[in-house]
Design a binder for this molecule. Structure first.
Ligand code: CP
Length: 308
């Protein structure tokens, strides 16, 4: 099966077979990043534009590296130095960029649905690099690839996703992604950070970290998104860390070969202890490595080959 879409907007829309073909292609692209000359001509002549209205290190850099490894030309809109600060609307900015003939726009925006809004209006492809509290599809794809490589399968795994679920687009995309691929997902967090729709997405819900990690194959810790929340979500950081921070003692409850993941950036000592983040079970940097390969695969399917 091929992945034949103009845009990548979310995991909720995808069939498991589409996810699988992206993972398989990403796995084959990983080798390119190990070569002395890390470049292939696959996307020569294509133009990739990134528009990040929110901060990013991993996603923005890995999209740019992915595009360059495939020989595409890349341009970054520096939003703080763009005409957005003069009041230009998102749609006007995107239409003006499209007038310069890019093949794909990659957008991160605080408004849920911003990539969908652009995808309906633009002829070029649109990739969602994180929209508000909604989805972060390429993060979920790189998480799937990381787990598949470590465990050999996604089917039947017990995946615990822990922390600030309410503010996490990663959590939403990961719940869709892991359940579609046959894993059992348990989410845990303070009651104030557990939105009511989680069970409708196929996840088991608990307010106990201990319950979530018991027997887990995968523990995914989430960043506490202090910038998105008011005081009503949290009493103190210390109390949050006491009940929802992952420490070495918790790993004894999980499977012996449990893997620890985190999308980054880390709040060290809040949701995850340094000993766990840097310990032998951690695949946090492998996630980052796989982010390049997954984004190469997504760019390849959206703008490469005969469809481009
Ligand atoms: N995981 C992730 O989206 O990281 P950045 O915010 O640094 O892109």
């Amino acid at each position: 099966m091929e992945f034949r879409r103009k845009d990548l907007l979310g995991i909720a829309d995808l069939e498991p077979e589409e996810i699988q073909v992206i993972l398989d292609t990403a796995a084959s692209f990983k080798e390119i990043s190990t070569r002395p000359i890390k470049k292939v001509p696959t996307l020569r002549g294509k133009t990739v534009v990134t528009m990040f209205y929110e901060p990013s290190t991993r996603t923005r850099m890995s999209f740019e590296i992915a595009a360059k490894r495939l020989s595409a030309d890349t341009l970054n809109l520096t939003v703080s130095a763009s005409s957005a600060v003069k009041g230009e609307t998102l749609a006007d900015t995107a239409h003006n960029l499209e007038a310069m003939a890019p093949d794909v726009l990659i957008i991160r925006h605080a408004a849920s649905g911003a990539p969908h809004y652009l995808a309906q209006r633009l002829k070029c492809g649109v990739i969602n690099a994180g929209d508000g509290l909604h989805e972060h599809p390429t993060q979920a794809l790189l998480d799937l690839l990381t787990v598949k490589e470590a465990k050999g399968t996604l089917s039947g795994l017990k995946v615990a996703i822990i922390g600030d679920i309410a503010h996490s687009r990663v959590a939403r995309s990961d719940i869709h992604a892991f359940t579609k691929m046959g894993s059992q997902v348990t989410v845990a967090g303070p009651a104030t950070m557990l939105p009511p729709y989680l069970e409708t997405l196929g996840a088991t819900v608990t307010t106990s970290l201990l319950e979530a990690v018991r027997g887990a194959d995968v523990i995914m810790m989430l960043r506490l998104q202090l910038e998105r929340m008011g005081q009503m979500f949290l009493s103190t950081l210390r109390e949050y860390s006491q009940f929802f921070g992952l420490a070495p003692k918790h790993l004894q409850l999980a499977k012996d070969d449990v893997i620890i993941m985190h999308p980054g950036p880390l709040n060290r000592g809040v949701e995850i202890s340094p000993e766990v983040a840097d310990g032998p079970h951690s695949l946090i940097l492998e996630q980052v490595t796989n982010g390049v390969a997954v984004r190469m695969a997504v760019l390849y399917f959206l703008i490469g080959g005969e469809k481009g």
